[in-house]
Design a protein around this ligand. Structure first.
Ligand SMILES: Nc1ncnc2c1ncn2[C@@H]1O[C@H](COP(=O)(O)OP(=O)(O)O)[C@@H](O)[C@H]1O
Ligand SMILES: O=C(O)[C@H](O)[C@@H](O)[C@H](O)[C@H](O)COP(=O)(O)O
Length: 165
């Protein structure tokens, strides 16, 4: 199974996905690690990615997801997956993929981004992240104002994963 944790930059994808993976003893994967150096450099300079920048990135993530499914791996993947057209690369609809959307207000996320250290992503891009965001129709919605441990417990209960596999 793959749990895909999506949301804008600063919504808590890496934090929640890592904690969730650890609590389940599953693998954790971060879509940030699939970005090209050119994409990283762009975001560092405060320039938002466009569909063309994201296409090879989406294709690489798609290949990684396909491999996980073929190998029957259990993985929690953190990936912004902002637009519906991007999520079509991720086999949404396959019962082995669970989509979790971290939902929060601009103000709360901006505050968290301002406090985050040592990350390439410019906090100036938050507005464009919200502009690109198309909220999913087919996901578990999670309110990010709760502490990470509470969010992880909530996700596990909602997905029927209370018992460690
Ligand atoms: N539920 C939460 N409560 C408080 N702080 C959080 C929560 N989730 C994440 N954070 C903090 O917010 C910042 C952004 O989280 P991060 O996981 O890096 O987001 P993303 O991967 O979506 O960009 C980090 O500094 C993180 O420690
Ligand atoms: O498509 C994009 O514009 C990026 O994928 C973006 O949404 C993502 O958020 C960055 O990779 C920054 O990483 P963080 O989400 O960890 O801030």
């Amino acid at each position: 199974m793959i749990i895909l944790v999506m949301g804008v930059s600063g919504s808590g994808k890496s934090t929640i996905a890592k904690l969730l993976a650890d609590s389940l003893h599953w693998e954790f994967s971060d879509a940030d690690n699939f970005h090209s150096p050119q994409n990283i450099d762009k975001m560092r300079r405060g320039i938002s990615l466009d569909d063309g920048d994201r296409l090879p990135w989406l294709q690489d993530i798609q290949a990684a997801i396909k491999e996980c499914l073929e190998d029957n791996q259990n993985v929690v993947l953190a990936c912004s997956a902002l637009k519906s057209s991007y999520r079509q690369y991720f086999f949404i609809g396959d019962e082995r993929i669970k989509l979790v959307y971290l939902k929060g207000s601009f103000d709360l996320i901006q505050k968290r981004l301002n406090q985050r250290q040592n990350h390439f992503m410019s906090e100036k891009l938050l507005k464009s992240q919200f502009d690109s965001l198309e909220e999913p129709a087919d996901a578990l919605y999670v309110d990010i104002s709760a502490p990470p441990e509470v969010i992880v417990q909530n996700i596990r209960e909602s997905l029927g994963l209370e018992t460690v596999s």
